[in-house]
Write a protein that binds this ligand. Structure first.
Ligand code: CP3
Length: 344
């Protein structure tokens, strides 16, 4: 841990803070000219694999915005490569896995003993922590087993997750082996980031909202709980985030994650109530609202803060990542505005 007494880390532990901390998912991204300039020289994967560049991208975004935490620049899919599944980013299409996993044989061929090859991410974390010291906390992250499995099986983004769900329903043993392997790799990877100085680990389960509550509980919750527990053993709080999760929130809380990320569809107070008011919550302004006039953005941010109220354990964020064309001035103004609102 680099900044254990920071507002952000304290809020993750539901300790009192003087104002609500704010950071933004995808705070380093194409909406920012400084990031686009780096991307002219390097591909996304090149940035991730060069710790000095990844650290610099992380630091630059956090400093330009003046947010209360820096999230390490990396990508969710990096662990696929060390498990034996190469992928690339195609312009317009997003990530593409060359040979998607479609059967039990492909699952058993996946490697679990090469997580150390992701050490470049921990190295970037180390550099960012060294830069900020105790001044700014650093967030490490990894993908949740369901979301990574769905990329591996679908081969990229998906609308209905037909291939992923087909494997889940028709080969439950292979499905569980796959999630177990993902937990082995991502837990080692996240623990390395924590050892390198990350203060908090966020687990992204971006696509879990396609599941019914029953299927989540049967096929996903046990393995995800294993991941959360393994990361917590490294001594850091966990933020567990998903999209379209209104009905899943109480089950997600059963993983034991200290903080649950809530997307913009569920008002923060109602989401928190569905968690039994236990632990912290993160969110949840609609990222598309940032395309509106500042007055609308401000009203939306005020609404999120009012709904969170004076309770301890709210971390302000968007309900999902910042989109590429977002006006950067609104993003900066949002951070400033949230930071000007005191908590009693
Ligand atoms: O938040 C941050 O600032 C840290 C950086 C970060 C990236 N990816 C860099 C990136 C984080 C936290 C991620 C996580 C990630 N990657 C997720 C989960 C988060 C979420 O939004 O739910 C997912 C699903 C991925 C996989 C992925 N990577 C997709 C679907 C894409 C978009 C492809 C496209 O062309 O838009 C990426 C690319 C990616 N990863 C970008 C960034 C900044 C886009 C910009 C670029 O190509 O340079």
């Amino acid at each position: 841990m680099s900044a254990p007494d920071s507002r952000f880390v304290r809020a993750c532990k539901c300790l009192p803070v003087d104002r609500t901390p704010i950071w933004l998912m995808r705070q380093a991204g194409r909406y920012m000219a400084e990031y686009r300039a780096v991307r002219k020289q390097y591909s996304l994967i090149e940035i991730c694999k060069k710790p000095e560049i990844a650290a610099d991208v992380t630091i630059t975004a956090a400093e330009i915005l003046g947010v209360d935490a820096a999230i390490i620049f990396a990508d969710l899919l990096l662990p696929l490569e060390v498990m034996g599944l190469p992928f690339y980013f195609s312009a317009g299409e997003g990530p593409v896995v060359e040979k998607p996993v479609r059967d039990a044989a492909a699952v058993s061929a996946l490697r679990v003993n090469r997580a150390a090859e992701l050490g470049y991410v921990a190295e970037a974390v180390r550099l960012v922590c060294k830069h900020f010291g105790s001044k700014l906390p650093v967030i490490g992250f990894c993908g949740a087993p369901f979301t990574l499995a769905s990329y591996m099986i679908e081969g990229g983004g998906s609308r209905n997750y037909v291939h992923a769900k087909k494997l889940m329903y028709s080969s439950p043993a292979a499905w569980d082996e796959l999630l177990g392997k993902l937990v082995a790799v991502t837990s080692a990877y996240a623990v390395e980031q924590a050892r390198a100085g990350a203060d908090v680990i966020q687990i992204f389960d971006s696509w879990v909202g396609c599941l019914s509550v029953e299927d989540y509980r049967t096929y996903v919750l046990p393995r995800t709980t294993n991941l959360v527990r393994a990361v917590q053993k490294a001594g850091v709080p966990v933020i567990y985030f998903g999209v379209d999760t209104a009905s899943l929130l109480p089950s997600m809380k059963e993983t034991g994650a200290e903080v649950i990320g809530i997307d913009w569809r569920t008002p923060v107070d109602l989401g928190w109530q569905s968690l039994g008011m236990k632990g912290g919550v993160q969110g949840n302004l609609d990222p598309v609202l940032l395309f509106a006039d500042w007055e609308k953005v401000k009203a939306g941010a005020s609404n999120v803060l009012a709904r969170a109220g004076e309770r301890q354990g709210h971390i302000f964020n968007l309900g999902h990542g910042i989109l590429p064309e977002t006006p950067v001035e609104n993003v900066k103004a949002l951070v400033k505005f949230v930071q000007e609102q005191p908590l009693k």
